[in-house]
Design a protein around this ligand. Structure first.
Ligand SMILES: *Cc1c(COP(=O)(O)O)cnc(C)c1O
Length: 422
């Protein structure tokens, strides 16, 4: 029996039935920004594997980091044990973020869980019973239960798990647009803080770009205000930089657009260059000291694969590549190409909005139902994208060639045109 038949029998795919109701692409291998299918076709990758593969696939230095570490020590438990690669990675992350205390974990959603637990423990350590979180409409913070509970309640899986999830406080999302007037959402935020300050442990947000909840780019001014309010009410600011981190918006972290530091940051996706699963929750020294000096005195979390040395090694090498610095020039160039090429979508009837920042380009349609058709068209024409709902978007590796990026965007627009004329 061939493996594709085995997949149909046994493998549950993301957000899918078993077997899948739509065709799955059978991928054989990858290289740079190309995906090679079992049937011999080559697709240009417009997704960078859910925004993680920032240096492209099969990068010789990243591959070497994994191979070398595999010979030395592929894994060791982290409880009661320290190892060099974790300490190098943590110190690099501390330096890069301007924060201090690094908790390594398995995936983005888990780092959000740990961030929420940390915020609760911090408030407990101060003798406060604050168990609620403020989050934004259109927020996305992951698929595990606590992470889901701070995702937009209307636009996520809340309705499925409804009464199981804790109820948190949602405030108006910042207005769409990097330079938009955000006085209305700021006013709403002030009111929310005033009303709930006594019960709220933290305010979690995706800085500057709300990702999977709507690909919404907003004004960094909102972030500055969030920082100010959190400091004023001693509510922890949790910046979920899992999607935006490591250069995706043109700055190393999206918080840099507002020159602010959160109390807690979550990182994932691009952390290992997209080669291994790993995420991090990073806090200020104030937060880790407060918890460490409390009665309990410890942070209560410890995943089996915490600090996996293979993942640490490849993350270190990915950070080395970023430190060498050409990402910034590359992302600026990508941003310029997105801006130019996306403008051709503006006049199409079924297009509601186009927007872009850094390595992220988005076309929002007026109508929900066309995502699968657009994906199919792009694949037929040699491009891999995976739209959701009304959002046709691409987030590319920083190493993509100009002509490949132009082809991705042109194919996205052609796909929309093909639907419009049908
Ligand atoms: C992807 C994502 C997550 C979840 O990360 P996983 O590694 O998929 O668990 C959380 N927050 C944001 C902003 C994300 O984009």
């Amino acid at each position: 029996m061939n493996w594709i038949e085995l997949d149909r029998q046994h493998v549950w795919h993301p957000y899918n039935s078993l077997p899948s109701k739509s065709d799955l692409l059978s991928v054989k291998s990858t290289d740079k920004t190309s995906i090679f299918l079992e049937d011999g076709r080559e697709l240009i990758d417009g997704m960078s594997s859910w925004w993680s593969c920032i240096h492209g696939y099969n990068h010789p230095r990243l591959i070497k980091a994994i191979k070398d570490q595999a010979d030395i020590m592929p894994h060791i438990m982290f409880g009661g044990i320290a190892h060099e690669k974790a300490s190098i990675l943590a110190s690099k992350l501390a330096k890069l973020t301007g924060l201090n205390s690094v908790f390594l974990c398995d995936s983005g959603s888990v780092s959000v869980e740990v961030a929420l637990k940390t915020a609760i423990q911090y408030q407990e350590a101060k003798g406060l019973k604050k168990y609620k979180f403020i989050s934004l409409e259109h927020a996305y913070h992951g698929d595990t239960l606590a992470a889901m509970s701070v995702c937009d309640p209307n636009n996520s899986m809340h309705s499925i798990y409804g009464s199981y999830l804790p109820k948190h406080i949602f405030t108006q999302a910042p207005e769409l647009g990097f330079t938009a007037d955000c006085s209305s959402s700021i006013k709403a935020l002030e009111d929310t803080f005033l009303k709930h300050e006594k019960e709220v442990a933290g305010f979690i947000l995706e800085p500057v770009v709300q990702g999977a909840g709507g690909m919404r780019i907003y004004n960094p001014e909102f972030l500055r205000k969030a920082r100010e309010l959190c400091s004023k009410y001693d509510i922890l600011l949790i910046a979920d930089e899992i999607a935006t981190g490591f250069g995706h918006t043109g700055k190393m972290f999206a918080c840099d657009w507002a020159d602010i530091k959160p109390d807690i940051m979550t990182l994932g996706k691009g952390l290992t260059g997209g080669y291994m699963t790993m995420a991090a929750m990073i806090t200020s020294k104030e937060v880790s000291d407060t918890i460490s000096n409390s009665n309990l005195g410890i942070l209560m979390h410890g995943p089996t694969f915490m600090g996996n040395p293979l993942a640490c090694s490849v993350a270190i090498e990915s950070l080395n590549l970023l430190e060498e610095g050409s990402w910034q020039k590359n992302v600026l160039n990508i941003e310029k190409i997105f801006k130019e090429e996306l403008s051709y979508a503006k006049e199409l009837n079924i297009v509601k909005d186009i927007r872009n920042i850094g390595a992220i380009g988005v076309i929002e349609l007026k109508d929900e139902s066309k995502a699968q058709e657009i994906q199919d068209y792009c694949v037929e024409h040699g491009v891999w994208i995976r739209p959701f709902g009304k959002l046709i978007y691409s987030i590319v590796a920083y190493t993509i060639k100009d002509e490949d990026l132009r082809r991705i965007i042109k194919t996205m627009i052609d796909a929309i045109k093909s639907i419009e004329t049908r």
